[in-house]
Write a protein that binds this ligand. Structure first.
Ligand SMILES: Cc1cc2nc3c(=O)[nH]c(=O)nc-3n(C[C@H](O)[C@H](O)[C@H](O)COP(=O)(O)O)c2cc1C
Length: 329
């Protein structure tokens, strides 16, 4: 039994290149309750790379999971220890990524072929009761849908004792199509997740895939233990401002205002020069999503980004917020 009780009703999916420490900070400013994920990091990179800290530092963004990719039991065990030391609430194994690079490294979706190894991997990641171990997987491999394959996979991995599974509810196709296409085809089968959830009521199954609006997420939240959203948040992170109220029954609704900009810039400023200005700024640029006549602001910002003038950038965002507060809220 874990000490901490964390609600995973609303999760932001791990997204390489997007769920950076900076994006996560913006998510956390907008929602205190949303369950966050890092980008996936390969176990070898996490253990050996000097730059790993850029991805894996936590910055007190809890509740949060660190996602790893790998299948070497010793490495996975080591990564769990690192994640625990960095105060992550959870370490998650990625068994859903179909990319060729990941297959070469023997991790990601291809591991769904080897459910015993996945079970052993999850076992080796369990180091103590203060860090939860979880899995993110697909419902199967290839073009054919096969519920029995999915259920047998879950039957095996559940033996590891894990209590949380995130399911991207479509098959992964390992040959012939790109990872991007693999997020749109083959079709989604939410009912596979529902069926397996009813078989294992004590396990939390979080539904992922194609949840492209907060309204859709709200409808699904009553049917599933939790929902996980990727691309909606990538495109429009500011919709997270409603999550604490709608999913966690919090009374206060977050208001986007000048403090949003100040809080964000206070976080990124110490990193100017250490990380690319694009990585630092790109999460905030999504503030223009759906706001008419924001072209003028955007082009100003792109020019100033090149010159790395952070105080000037902050002022432009403050000016934008002043003018658009009503539309943004
Ligand atoms: C740009 C991008 C990067 C992604 N990187 C990861 C990753 O690092 N780990 C992972 O498990 N899934 C990754 N995914 C898949 C998402 O976590 C999610 O399963 C998928 O986008 C489906 O959810 P959605 O329809 O809400 O976007 C990525 C998706 C996108 C769009």
């Amino acid at each position: 039994m874990l000490n901490k009780k964390i609600d995973r009703k609303f999760c932001v999916a791990p997204m390489m290149g997007y769920t950076t420490p900076y994006a996560r900070q913006l998510y956390r400013i907008l929602s205190k309750k949303t369950f966050l994920f890092t980008e996936m990091i390969a176990t070898k990179t996490m253990i050996h790379s000097k730059n790993a800290q850029m991805i894996i530092r936590n910055n007190n963004q809890n509740p949060i999971a660190l996602q790893v990719g790998g299948s070497d039991l010793k490495e996975l065990n080591k990564c769990s220890k690192i994640a625990y030391e960095l105060n992550y609430d959870e370490i998650n194994l990625n068994v859903g990524c179909p990319s060729k690079a990941v297959q070469k490294g023997s991790f990601g979706a291809c591991l769904m072929r080897d459910k015993i190894l996945v079970r052993q991997s999850l076992e080796s990641m369990q180091i103590n009761k203060n860090i939860e171990v979880s899995l993110k997987c697909r419902i199967g491999l290839g073009k054919e849908l096969n519920y029995d394959f999915f259920e047998e996979f879950i039957d095996e991995i559940i033996k590891s004792g894990i209590k949380i599974v995130y399911v991207h509810a479509r098959n992964a196709i390992l040959n012939g199509i790109s990872p991007k296409a693999n997020r749109n085809v083959p079709r989604l089968k939410y009912d596979f997740v529902k069926k397996v959830q009813s078989k294992y009521p004590s396990v939390t199954f979080v539904l992922n895939g194609g949840i492209n609006s907060i309204d859709k997420a709200l409808k699904l939240k009553n049917e599933y233990d939790g929902v996980m959203l990727g691309r909606l948040i990538q495109n429009n992170p500011f919709c997270l401002k409603n999550v604490d109220e709608l999913f966690y029954n919090c009374k206060e609704k977050y208001q986007i205002n000048e403090n949003t900009v100040h809080d964000y810039f206070n976080f990124i400023k110490p990193n100017v020069g250490n990380d690319s200005i694009f990585r630092l700024m790109s999460p905030l640029l999504q503030i223009f999503f759906g706001i008419p006549n924001s072209k003028e602001f955007k082009s100003k910002i792109h020019n100033i980004m090149q010159k790395q003038k952070v105080d000037l950038l902050e002022n432009i965002f403050l000016d934008f917020i002043k003018k658009q507060k009503i539309l943004l809220n």
